[in-house]
Design a binder for this molecule. Structure first.
Ligand code: SF4
Length: 81
């Protein structure tokens, strides 16, 4: 049972995990099953929407997740440019 609501269509699960079965078990254990709130992909998906999560964003790459979230923040005048 996976607690993450993105599991069935997460591109990391669908595209990367089948290529790396050992890493896949670890990621599922560390993130998808019990700790999805800590997953970088989950954070970006929850705030920007699942379609805005880069396919190659690793669940452990919180640095890139934070950059993506920072970049998406609107500026003081309401513009995000
Ligand atoms: S990798 Fe992250 S976003 Fe994808 S299913 Fe697992 S916890 Fe959810």
């Amino acid at each position: 049972m996976y607690e993450c609501e993105f599991y069935d269509y997460c591109q990391f699960v669908l595209q990367v995990m089948p290529l790396k079965p050992h890493m896949s078990k670890l990621v599922q254990h560390l993130y998808c099953r019990i700790n999805h709130e800590k997953c970088a992909r989950y954070k970006v998906g929850m705030i920007l929407g699942p379609k805005e999560v880069p396919n190659n964003l690793s669940p452990s790459d919180n640095y890139l997740a934070n950059l993506l979230l920072e970049r998406a923040k609107p500026t003081a005048n309401g513009c995000c440019m």
